[in-house]
Design a protein around this ligand. Structure first.
Ligand code: OGA
Ligand code: NI
Length: 395
């Protein structure tokens, strides 16, 4: 068989479709520079930047990235190391201020072993560098929502990225949602590629380390609210957390597309490692300006999700963010989405609300919220995806 004349088994990002493609997901994007072997010319994506964008990637005029970002005051950089010069409460209060003002901060001396992070980064690059046929052996679908995916949509516009996801707990339980009254649960399992070797073991080890950091931050956030350190821990006993590898390839028209469209993360908090390329932008709480987050070597970017905003009755902020791509460099990032268990009912905490500060949100079940969002990852929807604003109490 002449390999050069064989067709890819499925359309790649670079195929020009006659009508917009339909599918969806929720995170960042950029692709590696492929080695131009005869094999990769036909079978891997992305090819060298060329041609015009498929219309599915094009953002509406009002949501296109401003590629010349004005650098504003940066988000706080917080040192998590134990220091005799500072009490745990003082550290917590630094974090609390960042959660209020930005909903975003970076941490250093976080305890995640650097060597392990480097090994994961190398394996992730190796995984995405493989031919599309290899990657699609662990393709996500409605039965297996974890694995490889290259056609995620955020707010119904396709993201310029490919991803690989896996749950921290295997299996993870979520509501089945087959019909409105359905109370049954689905057991979701991870899919692991054969290659690169050691991928699964290393990723699982890394996930456990990042989880420790997530709990450390959760406890500091709880203390910052004047609550016992373990106030939130019970919500994560059967967590739905997952780790994502994002690969954003170079994009021929970065002024029209986004690696990940504007969105808020869903859960309690996100612990994100990004490489040195840059591209993450967040919306400033004070005035809605988009601010670039410049990468700090070996730090983690932390941002609060919807659930934390609801628990704190809007005291703490879940900021909208997005990823801008570029024509030159692929980019990688690794978010850990720290999500509660499916059974958790999310509502403003009783300790925080009172007559002067009545609950701003109605109670909702985390599992149903998660499963509803997840379902829209596979189909372009006619309506906007479920948002916490849908649970807002009308004023
Ligand atoms: C996400 C996300 C940001 C990044 O995956 O939800 O916002 O920098 N990623 O890749
Ligand atoms: Ni995000």
């Amino acid at each position: 068989m002449n390999i050069l004349s064989s067709k890819p088994t499925r359309p790649s990002m670079w195929t020009i479709f006659s009508s917009p493609t339909l599918s969806l997901a929720s995170a960042p994007k950029s692709l590696p520079c492929p080695s131009i072997s005869a094999f990769s010319v036909v079978h891997t994506y992305p090819p060298p930047p060329m041609g015009s964008l498929d219309s599915a990637f094009i953002q509406e005029a009002g949501h296109r990235p401003n590629l010349k970002m004005v650098e504003g005051e940066g988000i706080p950089l917080i040192d998590l190391s134990d220091s005799p010069a500072r009490t745990r409460e003082e550290l917590a209060s630094e974090i609390g201020n960042a959660c209020k003002k930005w909903g975003f901060f970076q941490v250093i001396n976080h305890g995640v072993p650097l060597g392990l992070r480097r090994r994961v980064e190398e394996l992730v690059k190796e995984f995405f560098d493989q031919p599309l046929e290899e990657k699609t052996k662990v393709k996500r679908d409605e039965v297996h929502p974890m694995g490889y995916h290259d056609s995620e949509h955020t707010k119904n516009v396709r993201d310029w990225k490919e991803v690989f996801d896996f749950f921290l707990q295997d299996p993870t339980l979520i509501p089945a949602l087959s019909h409105p009254e359905d109370k049954s649960l689905r057991k979701l399992t991870n899919q692991w590629p054969q290659n690169p070797p050691q991928f699964r073991e290393t990723c699982e080890e890394y996930a456990r380390e990042v989880e420790k950091l997530a709990f450390k931050l959760l406890e500091l956030i709880s203390l910052s609210l004047g609550l016992p350190a373990d106030r939130f821990n019970g919500y994560f006993k059967e967590q739905t957390s997952f780790l994502r590898f994002n690969h954003y390839p170079p994009c021929p028209q970065p002024e029209l597309a986004l690696g990940v469209g504007r969105h808020k993360d869903g859960g309690a908090l996100t612990v994100l490692s990004q490489d040195s390329v840059g591209g993450l932008q967040i919306q400033r709480r004070s005035d809605g300006e988009w601010i670039s987050i410049s990468p700090t070597p070996d730090a983690y970017v932390i941002n609060l999700g919807n659930a934390m905003q609801v628990w704190t009755n809007d005291l703490y902020w879940s900021a909208e963010h997005r990823v801008v791509v570029n024509t030159e460099k692929e980019r990688f990032s690794i978010p850990f989405f720290f999500f509660p268990g499916h059974h958790v009912s999310v509502k403003p905490l009783d300790e925080i609300t009172n007559e002067e500060n009545p609950p701003k949100y109605k109670e909702f079940n985390w599992g149903v919220f998660f499963a509803t969002r997840n379902r829209s990852d596979y189909k372009k929807q006619e309506v906007e995806n479920i948002q916490i604003d849908h649970f807002k109490v009308s004023e």
